[in-house]
Design a protein around this ligand. Structure first.
Ligand code: IMP
Length: 430
């Protein structure tokens, strides 16, 4: 039986993971965010109401579930509280069912200022970060100077360490980046009231999960971003600063690989990318407009227009391999409704040597063009369809071809933004 399921993105994020986590976690006991921070944006539509979560696990919308923000996540206390309060306006309380790891590094004002200052200095070479301080917060973790959630429990030491770290940051911000300094007293003043609110949520989440596994509880691990934004396996340096591929679950929670029963790769039926960096199947034509408008492809964290393109099965196959995927969930199939033809990238070709490349070295991205297979589109709507047999023949054909190329099953298909717009081809919690 599959008890513990990982749900992660196989592309550049924004695959629609939030909705899938929300659907699959209704049947589970725990839902865990294990990497990233509030750079993520998970959009959920519940009874016609849109809820965007950045930090709190999406599964928490079901009131019987315990949510965990584990050690791999970088946490901004102010953003966390903002989100808790936003949920309360929807009558969703996280009281006694949200726990945060004492080892999660904090994101504070100096991380955000540093993120912004660096992007500004990079000019046209900027990465297009979300400006949320994610990179600098992970740097602090690796440099072993981070303030962590557990440090909030000792105000005196916190204040001393904060003063030191702020002077380290201000030196760089002011002298090198010619940016405004931050004031540790203001940071402390804003931080202290947040401690009371989250104090009881601070736990050793690894132990909580270990016990859950022992008690045979179902756990959903909720990925953020996508495989090609991974710090190791992504299109470096145009990546985020965490491991959004499968390894992030293990290091980010303290749950070992033997306890991960099923790994679901969420894949959009086409591709999008927000921010800069390589994107082989990128489009700049009317199809881009179609994807943008019909798919509402604007970032849920920054509001930026997402770049769009055809499905890239070369990188998808790599994602299947890197993440040891058990199956795929194909999302936003309905966005393809009404297109005359649909293209699928099946290889890359080097424009100088004409060599066919199954996966280019990162330095070759600019020298490759995609090679496509073209399939007929469909005119009938797939929006809201709940059974695979009700899909148009051409849509089933498209799905079969993706399964053939990737050699893994498409177990779930999402056919619209609502919770109920879903085809469960196979029960993955069997
Ligand atoms: P950072 O994570 O803010 O440092 O941004 C690094 C890169 O990751 C940028 O290209 C961002 O646009 C991208 N990114 C970060 N989070 C997400 C996400 O949740 N969806 C899509 N792209 C993201």
């Amino acid at each position: 039986m599959n008890k513990n399921i990982v749900i992660l993105g196989t592309q550049w994020g924004d695959e629609g993971k939030g909705k899938i986590v929300d659907c699959l976690s209704s049947d589970s006991s725990y839902v865990v965010r294990y990497q990233g921070g509030h750079n993520a944006g998970h959009t959920l539509v519940v009874d016609g109401k849109k809820i965007i979560l950045h930090l709190i696990p999406s599964g928490l919308l079901h009131d019987n579930i315990i949510g965990i923000i584990s050690n791999g996540v970088v946490v901004s206390p102010s953003e966390l509280i903002k989100e808790i309060k936003m949920l309360e306006t929807h009558n969703i309380s996280v009281n006694k069912r949200l726990f945060i790891s004492n080892s999660s590094p904090l994101i504070l004002q100096y991380h955000i200022e540093m993120d912004i200052a660096r992007e500004k200095k990079l000019g046209i070479s900027a990465l297009g970060t979300t400006g949320r301080g994610i990179g600098p917060a992970y740097e602090d973790k690796i440099a072993r100077r981070a303030l962590r959630i557990g440090d909030l429990k000792d105000e005196k030491t916190l204040s001393m360490r904060l003063e030191k770290i702020v002077s380290y940051y201000n030196h760089q911000l002011v002298s090198f980046y010619k940016h405004k300094p931050v004031d540790y007293k203001i940071i402390l003043r804003d931080l202290l009231p947040t401690i009371d609110i989250i104090y009881d949520m601070i736990k050793d989440t690894t132990s909580i999960l270990q016990k859950a596994i022992k008690d045979k509880k179902k756990i959903v691990f909720e990925g953020a971003q996508g495989s090609f934004l991974d710090i190791d396996h992504g299109t470096y340096p145009y990546v985020t600063s965490s491991n959004s591929t499968i390894g992030g679950v293990i290091t980010g929670t303290g749950v070992g690989p033997k306890n991960l029963d099923y790994i679901l790769g969420v894949t959009k039926a086409y591709s999008t990318r927000v921010g800069y960096g390589p994107f082989p199947t990128e489009l700049f034509d009317n199809i881009d407009k179609h994807f943008s408008n019909k798919g509402h492809e604007f970032g849920s964290t920054t509001g930026r227009k997402r770049r769009t393109g055809w499905l890239d099965t070369v990188s998808l196959c790599r994602s299947v391999y890197i993440n040891s995927l058990s199956g795929l969930c194909l999302t936003k199939l309905d966005v393809l409704d009404g297109l005359n033809e649909i293209k699928v990238c099946i290889a890359y070709k080097n424009i100088h040597t004409a060599e066919i490349i199954s996966y280019p070295d990162i330095n070759e991205w600019e020298n490759i063009i995609p090679i496509y297979e073209t399939y007929p589109g469909w005119t009938r709507k797939t929006l809201g369809i709940k059974k695979i047999k009700d899909l148009p023949y051409e849509a089933r054909n498209y799905i079969n071809r993706i399964e053939e190329i990737t050699q893994i099953p498409i177990d779930i298909i999402s056919t619209g933004p609502d919770r109920s717009d879903i085809i469960l081809v196979r029960d993955i919690f069997y």
